[in-house]
Design a protein around this ligand. Structure first.
Ligand code: ADP
Ligand code: ADP
Length: 237
């Protein structure tokens, strides 16, 4: 469970990224955050894995306030959160299989990975994860030789090998065309339902959000201006 309690975040230059956020996200939910560019969606998501640090309030992940986490605490937090980015963040010159194995890093340790000491189980999981996003035949292609949609599916597979409790997806389809966007959203939703991974996705198109979300959070100027099930989205937005 993720709980924001009066969370605010002011960037060092004085910009208010989040303003008095109060929200609880329960285990297993598929939440889509919508809002215009600059609304604070990315700041919200990045607070949860502490890529940015709130300046006020409490942010509880599984009942622990993560705001003051550092070192080992942060590593533990990030191991249970899978991140998906707009630009995939794959190692471009590395092949698909190695990129996906990287999801095991938090579990096997950096040293093992440097020497390519992934276990048979790690490899089997990586292969299985690639099959789940229908990309099992591209194992030895270089990441940057795949299409955008394929790269995003590889990044979903990487997250799956991490066996996270949470997935945070920051504009995962913003660089993709509409059919490919729907494909990627469908995989994210499928993984959420099959593995009960709590998922938070930032999108800037409300119609896409309506199609996939269980619950929609609307943001504007760092504040939450709507929070409810898709059925309650109306003229308000
Ligand atoms: P969104 O994801 O909805 O586009 P962001 O969370 O990226 O919104 O941005 C929220 C606000 O914080 C915007 O005004 C943005 O310009 C500002 N902002 C984002 N990142 C930084 C940063 N590193 N330093 C200063 N201001 C930032
Ligand atoms: P090693 O480098 O130890 O020989 P492999 O790269 O052969 O390991 O892969 C070990 C495991 O990873 C296999 O048992 C299988 O589960 C999975 N795997 C890797 N590549 C493939 C593939 N092309 N087809 C099926 N499974 C694969």
């Amino acid at each position: 469970m993720i709980e924001f309690k009066d969370v605010s975040l002011v960037y060092p230059n004085g910009t208010q990224g989040l303003k008095d956020i109060n929200v609880t996200i329960k285990d297993g939910e598929f939440v889509v955050i919508v809002g215009l560019s600059g609304a604070g969606k990315s700041t919200f998501i990045r607070s949860i894995n502490r890529l940015v640090t709130p300046t006020d309030g409490e942010l509880l992940v599984d009942d622990e306030d993560i705001i003051s986490y550092k070192g080992r605490g942060l590593r533990k937090l990030r191991t249970k959160i899978g991140m998906i980015f707009q630009n995939y963040n794959l190692v471009k010159r590395s092949n698909v299989f190695k990129n996906v194995l990287a999801g095991r890093l938090g579990h096997t340790g950096t040293l093992r990975s440097i020497f390519n000491l992934f276990s048979k189980d790690d490899k089997a999981l990586a292969y299985e994860s690639l099959k789940r996003v229908n990309i099992g035949e591209k194992l030895y292609s270089r990441a940057d030789q795949l299409s955008g949609g394929q790269q995003q599916r590889v990044s979903i597979a990487r997250v799956l090998t991490q066996k996270p409790k949470y997935i945070l997806a920051d504009e995962p389809v913003a660089s993709l065309d509409p059919p490919t966007s729907h494909q990627v959203m469908t995989y994210l939703k499928k993984v959420n339902k099959e593995d009960q991974i709590t998922t938070i996705v930032n999108l800037h198109f409300i119609d896409m959000a309506m199609e996939y979300a269980d619950r929609i959070i609307g943001m504007r100027d760092g504040e939450i201006v709507f929070d409810g099930p898709v059925s309650e989205v109306s003229e308000e937005t």
